[in-house]
Design a protein around this ligand. Structure first.
Ligand code: ADP
Ligand code: MG
Length: 728
């Protein structure tokens, strides 16, 4: 009997929900472990407080003296909360978070010690950059890198450590993390959107991008997960026959949450609340053992940090509750995978959502301006947006008829489509008084009413307008939101800048009124960006054909999708906006390809190992039982045995056939890997893994899964799908 599997199942059956303390009142706890503006106002001098706020809100510099002062207050506050260590908390390009803890404690003689933490420690640290992905930047320059404090994201206490959010850059200033380019893109969109927003309201001085993510995940018992080498090492199952019952009854979605899971969620949320993460929604998702967590949206930089922090917390909390959380986009074949919808909008310093229609024609023209410019930006940069969500793991989800396809399109609903169609007919140049009135009353004026009853939603679209924000649905559950957000901010920033130039030219050179100029430019944008708008079924084969006709890209694999990074237009875009330099873009391209190769390589090795060392020996063992049985029948019945053991004989033969297929396919896969490993260009290596190694997975899996159905259940070593998915 396979001991690990049955031991794991036994442990799972014996589990009871882990007890959790529920605090009396969550709202009292909100942000209790965050060194936020409220705390700063309480503990800091008036001057120090207002200088920090200036720096945070206006992007001003914090000098050394002020940094020392802030550090002192931070230290006293953190120690009063039980912190013993501090760390620069950053998001290297590994996709996770990184930290190196230093103690406040410092001996000053053999008998005395103090707690030390000054401005220097707050502002900068020097982790070794060569231990993190750097895409060749290290070879070109120095190995050293440094982390630098990001005062726009508040420090927080996690466990007994004061965590200081930082960017991570090489010694020569190249970004080695997700946050640095994100911050630069936020500055770019702030500048571009503020200029445009001022057409409508002169008092606007700042525009923030806002992000509300929705995190999907699977929660599987720890013992069951550890019993599967593929889940342990690759985060997904590489084989396993589908259970008799999957998600076809739709009985999990929004169903009652199992007690063990609920306790996990409660404790997780309590911790989130203390860390200032405004968690709001929790529910079961479509697949068995799949769930979702969503907060209220926040300023994008903070929202990105909060998502990274949350994923880290989820992992740790799962361990305490005897679960493993799976963030992989497709942990189980035949069952829905997980995504992370990124709801995105723009908000002014006056608290106005620029993608929300208002009650006056001016507000609505403002809405249309940002709405149409966003669509145009997506149209012009669809390939780049696709690249922003490309990864080995997300390739399994995009286009799997549960997530949007690899084709980027914008869904806006039939009502707004009608509005855009009418705007296409706006006259060129100056508008007559009648036309102005008509636009005001019948087109622009009707928008809020339209949106109220605009309930159509299209789950198959990658980029959908949902009333007052766009929802980017192709983001993978494992992804760091910084990448898609950085790219979205950048392309919209570029677009808004171009818009401003065009409108101003019509006003200055053609003598048009502001509104007339805006209508004129928007009309052309609507026409020029039509092909990105799609209201139909994004999962259908017809859409794939239609998209080809429209000239939209359909980059199904990561190595293909990432190529756009190296296009001159991409490099120009990022350089002109000061979001990334050519060196940084090329480094990122390289890092992402390397990551792709590593992911597929690991999976391929694990699959080979499971097939050879678990599946084949088990199949042989069962075959031997059958052979012994047939021999026994022959002993008893003589030459009649064939008639009496047809099933056994068939099985013996079929098992041999499957074993031989597995064996030859694994050999071929290893040869393909050897070939790929010899290639030294990252692009070629990634393509070889994609085109030559990956295709064997399905074949090998097919034969292994057939054997799973044949071999006696007691002997099968790998925890089965039904056990992973239906044990609560
Ligand atoms: P659903 O998409 O599940 O129907 P909602 O439309 O209420 O739910 O919102 C989904 C997500 O959108 C939430 O996480 C919410 O915080 C976020 N969201 C709402 N408004 C904005 C906004 N202005 N900017 C960014 N995200 C937003
Ligand atoms: Mg949603």
């Amino acid at each position: 009997m396979s001991t690990i599997r049955f031991e794991a199942i036994k442990q799972t059956f014996e589990r009871t929900p882990v007890h959790v303390e529920t605090p009396d009142h969550r709202s009292d706890q909100f942000g209790a472990n965050v060194f936020n503006a409220v705390v700063m106002r309480q503990v800091m001098s008036k001057e120090a407080y207002s200088s920090v706020m200036d720096a945070i809100e206006g992007g001003g510099k914090i000098n050394r003296k002020l940094a020392d002062e802030i550090a002192t207050y931070m230290k006293i506050w953190a120690i009063s909360k039980g912190a013993t260590h501090y760390t620069h908390w950053f998001q290297p390009l590994t996709g996770t978070t990184a930290e190196k803890h230093d103690a406040f404690f410092e001996p000053i003689s053999t008998t005395d010690a103090v707690d030390r933490f000054g401005g220097a420690q707050l502002v900068q640290q020097e982790p070794d950059a060569s231990s993190f992905p750097n895409g060749g930047i290290r070879n070109t320059f120095e190995a050293r890198g440094y982390t630098a404090w990001d005062p726009t994201s508040p420090a927080f206490i996690h466990g007994t450590t004061l965590c200081i959010p930082t960017v991570f850059v090489s010694y020569t200033g190249e970004a080695l993390d997700n946050k640095a380019p994100l911050l630069r893109s936020l500055l770019a969109i702030d500048q571009a959107a503020t200029e445009v927003a001022r057409y409508f309201d002169k008092s606007v001085t700042k525009v923030n991008a806002t992000l509300g993510w929705e995190q999907e995940y699977f929660l599987i018992d720890k013992a069951l997960t550890l019993s599967r080498p593929d889940l342990l090492l690759a985060g997904r199952t590489l084989l396993g026959h589908s259970p008799a019952k999957g998600q076809q009854l739709d009985d999990h979605y929004f169903g009652s949450i199992p007690d063990r899971v609920l306790n996990y969620m409660i404790e997780l949320e309590n911790e989130c609340v203390r860390l200032g993460i405004p968690v709001k929604t929790r529910h079961n998702e479509v697949a068995p053992n799949q769930f979702e967590l969503a907060p209220i949206y926040e300023e994008a930089n903070l929202a990105v940090d909060h998502n990274s922090l949350l994923m880290d917390l989820m992992d740790k909390m799962a361990d305490k509750h005897n679960f493993k959380v799976l963030f992989h986009e497709k942990p189980f074949a035949g069952i829905n995978g997980s995504g992370k919808h990124n709801n995105w909008s723009l908000a002014t310093n006056k608290g106005v959502n620029l993608l929300s229609p208002g009650t006056t024609p001016t507000k609505n023209l403002q809405f249309l301006t940002f709405f149409i410019n966003t669509i145009k930006a997506v149209h012009d940069n669809e390939e780049l947006l696709r690249a922003s969500v490309a990864s080995a793991t997300n390739d399994h989800r995009l286009g799997a008829n549960e997530a949007p396809p690899a084709i980027v399109s914008v869904f806006i609903g039939s009502q707004l489509n009608k509005v855009l169609e009418e705007l296409e007919d706006v006259s060129k140049g100056k508008l007559s008084p009648e036309e102005k009135t008509d636009l005001k009353l019948n087109v622009v004026g009707k928008i809020p009413e339209i949106l109220l009853d605009n309930t159509d939603r299209n789950r198959t679209s990658s980029f959908a307008f949902t009333g007052n924000k766009f929802e980017f649905r192709a983001v993978g559950s494992k992804a760091n939101c910084a990448k898609p957000m950085m790219i979205l901010n950048a392309i919209v920033a570029k677009q808004l800048k171009a818009f401003k130039v065009e409108v101003d030219a019509l006003i200055d050179k053609k003598g048009l009124k502001k509104d007339e100029a805006i209508f004129n430019v928007l009309r052309e944008y609507i026409k020029a960006s039509k092909k990105i708008r799609f209201e139909g079924d994004g999962y259908s084969a017809a859409w794939e054909k239609e998209a080809v006709k429209r000239g939209l890209s359909n980059n199904k694999t990561t190595p293909e999708a990432l190529k756009v990074y190296l296009k001159k237009s991409t490099i120009d875009l990022f350089e002109q906006l000061d979001v990334m330099s050519e060196i940084e873009i090329k480094a990122r391209h390289e890092i992402e390809l390397e990551e792709y190769v590593h992911k597929v390589q690991i999976e391929s090795r694990v699959l080979g190992d499971i097939a050879r060392n678990h599946v084949i020996p088990t199949a042989i063992r069962y075959q031997n039982i059958l052979i012994t049985n047939v021999k026994g029948i022959k002993d008893v019945f003589g030459s009649d045995f064939k008639k009496l053991a047809p099933e056994q004989l068939d099985l013996i033969e079929e098992i041999s056939e499957h074993i031989s297929e597995i064996n030859s396919k694994v050999n071929m896969m290893i040869d393909a890997r050897k070939y790929a490993n010899k290639l030294d260009k990252a692009q070629l290596k990634a393509e070889a893994y994609c085109e030559r190694v990956l295709p064997f997975f399905e074949d090998i899996r097919y034969h292994c899964d057939k054997l799973e159905l044949m071999v006696e259940d007691n002997l099968w070593p790998l925890t089965k799908y039904r056990e992973l998915l239906f044990t609560k």
